[in-house]
Design a protein around this ligand. Structure first.
Ligand SMILES: Nc1nc(C(F)(F)F)ncc1COP(=O)(O)OP(=O)(O)O
Ligand SMILES: [Mg+2]
Length: 217
């Protein structure tokens, strides 16, 4: 698999939907189809938190959501679980600072997309040297979705990384809603990553569409 070129990755990161079964009010497959209809540009399967599926059930859901993304031509990323990503031949993985070391992850996934969480500027240089393709920077705003989230960093960290000359594709994550999404883009992000703003919405299609308007301006 060829590494996705940077321009295509920046485009794909515009509206990055992150979801697991615990984040949904209805069947995850239905939520994903609606989010795609609303214009998401990339998807991350993040099966975590209370009641998260494991084993064969987790694999079956991942397979179902991967198929939906493939049919729609949307990149499918797996959070944390590299063996699952390889078993599905996913388009990439996302890892945090406490997950598998970045260089190990890069060795295992070859040219697939490798996203890395960045909470502090000090983490940025090493992440790039070890093979990151994009940064998930956050949490930008306070979030209830990620139970062990660190304190919110605001849009200042994205601005700081850009001012220090980092040009790597970056997406902000954490508490992003239509009201604050534009500020994340103005700080220099290539896109926004959201969980509950889409997955927990009354009208998933409309929620995705509204956020999409905030990131294309
Ligand atoms: N899953 C994520 N996705 C992104 C994205 F790039 F999509 F913005 N950024 C950050 C995270 C957080 O990743 P991590 O630190 O491993 O915590 P968790 O495994 O609980 O998600
Ligand atoms: Mg993780």
């Amino acid at each position: 698999m060829k590494r996705m070129n940077e321009k295509a990755l920046r485009e794909a990161l515009k509206l990055y939907f992150v979801m697991g079964s615990a984040n949904c009010r209805e069947e995850p497959a239905e939520v994903l189809k609606k989010a795609i209809a609303g214009g998401i540009t990339m998807f991350q399967f993040r099966e975590k938190g209370k009641g998260a599926l494991t084993g064969a059930e987790k694999f079956a859901l991942a397979e179902e959501l991967h198929y939906i993304c493939k049919k729609a031509g949307i990149p499918f990323i797996v959070d944390d679980d590299i063996p699952l990503a390889l078993a599905l031949n996913a388009d990439g993985v996302h890892i945090g600072q406490e997950d598998e070391p970045i260089e190990r992850a890069r060795e295992k996934i070859g040219d697939r997309i490798l996203g890395v969480s960045v909470h502090r500027a000090e983490e940025a240089k090493a992440a790039i040297e070890k093979g990151a393709d994009y940064f998930g920077v956050g949490p930008i705003f306070p979030t209830k979705t990620k139970e062990d989230a660190r304190s919110a960093v605001g849009t200042g960290l994205i601005r700081k990384l850009r001012s220090e000359g980092y040009t790597i594709p970056m997406v902000g994550i954490g508490g992003i809603q239509p009201e604050n999404a534009a500020s994340v883009m103005e700080a220099g992000a290539d896109g926004v990553a959201v969980i509950s703003a889409i997955s927990a919405a009354e009208n998933v299609v409309r929620a995705a569409k509204t956020l999409k308007e905030c990131v294309f301006y």
